[in-house]
Design a protein around this ligand. Sequence first.
Ligand code: FES
Length: 562
Amino acid sequence: MKNPRSSQWFQSPGYPGFSHRAWLRSEGFPADIFEGKPVVGICNSWSELNNCNAHLREVAVAVKRGVLAAGGVPLEFPTISLGELFMQPTAMMFRNLMAMDVEESIRANPIDGVVLLCGCDKTTPAQLMGAASADIPAIVVPGGPMLAGRWREHRLGSGTDGRKLFDLYRTGRLTDEEWNEIEGCIARTSGHCTVMGTASTMTSLAEALGMSLPGCANIPAPDSRRLAIAELSGRAAVQLIENNLTPSRIMTRQAFENAITVLMALGGSTNAVIHLIAMAGRLGIRLTLDDFDCISRRTPYLANVRPSGEHLMEDFFYAGGLPVLMNRIGDLLHTNCITVSGQTIGENIAAARSSNDAVIRPREQPLSAEGGIAVLYGNLSPLGAVIKQIAASPELLKHRGRAYVFENHGQMAAQIDSDDLPVDRDSVLVLRNCGPKGAPGMPEWGHIPMPRKLLNQGVSDMVRLSDARMSGVSYGTVVLHVAPESAVGGPLAAVATGDEIILDVPARKLELAVPQEVINQRLSSFVPPPRHHDRGYRRLFLDHVTQAPSGCDFDFLTADYK
Ligand code: FES
């Protein structure tokens, strides 16, 4: 068995080898435990401050069984975890911190390979970024989605349905008593959000990249098959070490193109654009927004899952899950990419068969001929912006309207429910100072709530745009990630209330209908907003975070591009 890395600790001569063995034996290991056996780290993002990952210690027990059965030594270790709904100002601000924690925990310790236990939105990309930089054999085991929520006769998807129901509550169409009932049953089991939000998207993309066993991503958290595949993943980790199959050998440019194709067919989260660029950057692979748009144009949208479709992740799993979806777009994939199973993508998906074509649409009956996400350019977004076109109102995909500008999130929150907010259904809501440096951390504030006065008029969608991100569970005609962001003097900073904005998604255009010399003149008097933080990690973040089209990684963490 090849374990050259851990041997440097446990087989080293003299006092260092003695001390490494002796101190670890204090945990109760017998004398021969490290002789020639591969050491598998289990990188656990378990935390009670992250409900989506709170069951991962049970998953870790199953992984350990698999490692032991395959002749390895499992050693579990913690890292920080990122609870999407709890962290202020946003979990995104700490994705890079977790990636650094994962990378350095792997690099510093006597392990030959690592099993990555993740789930909630940012934990999957953070672990993959760290593992890519450390580049020892690694395999991803996500915790899986929750079961569907259930309120009276309604099946609820956490996140997506919560927002819809909140609009009913804030306009008086649900009582306090009903709202309290919903609170107790919308998220009723372990696991991450049960729609095609960022968590479901990123765990699916980990599998599409080849970093999880086939069929792993979508098994619901409470399903016994979740623990069974965790055990199989523990066995696979030992085999990965034997074969020295490292992340850089699996996550190639072709594998990332597969992941983008799957993202588009899933109708997955816009956040995946940022995360995939950052993950690829760790391996010296430059992904551009044009890569996403180009692949989107040729990829049909097939996964009929909320927020853009009807069903929930539980239904997607019962229909056959990701292997079926990938089988249906097999001709658009690089099927010869190698995966952690030791087989290729093509071999992994060859036998997959759908059990419900209403949930995973056949190729000839797509929900949309194009993929879920489009990239927009124009004088308002010279470096690009994104829109989840399948979650938008079709009649708003070509729209011209007058801007109403919110200077920041606080101003928006204070005004949005005002009865005299001067907007109508044709207005374009603009929110700025919400980008990577501006907010800071690029929170999921892009899904600007619909003004209450318009909801009361029966208007359920309007064009909204910002330099923020949007939760993967959200929906609407929402333009996101406008770059460069306003806080660094991007053209978004020049928009004034009353300006006309032109959105044309089929033509991939986002324009401010104001003469360029007026835009330039407005930007010439641009004053950056005050700096939010001047110490610690938050200072590091402000000094080094990149813009959305570069993945919002730190500039010093990316590899040299090949
Ligand atoms: Fe963790 Fe939704 S809050 S996935």
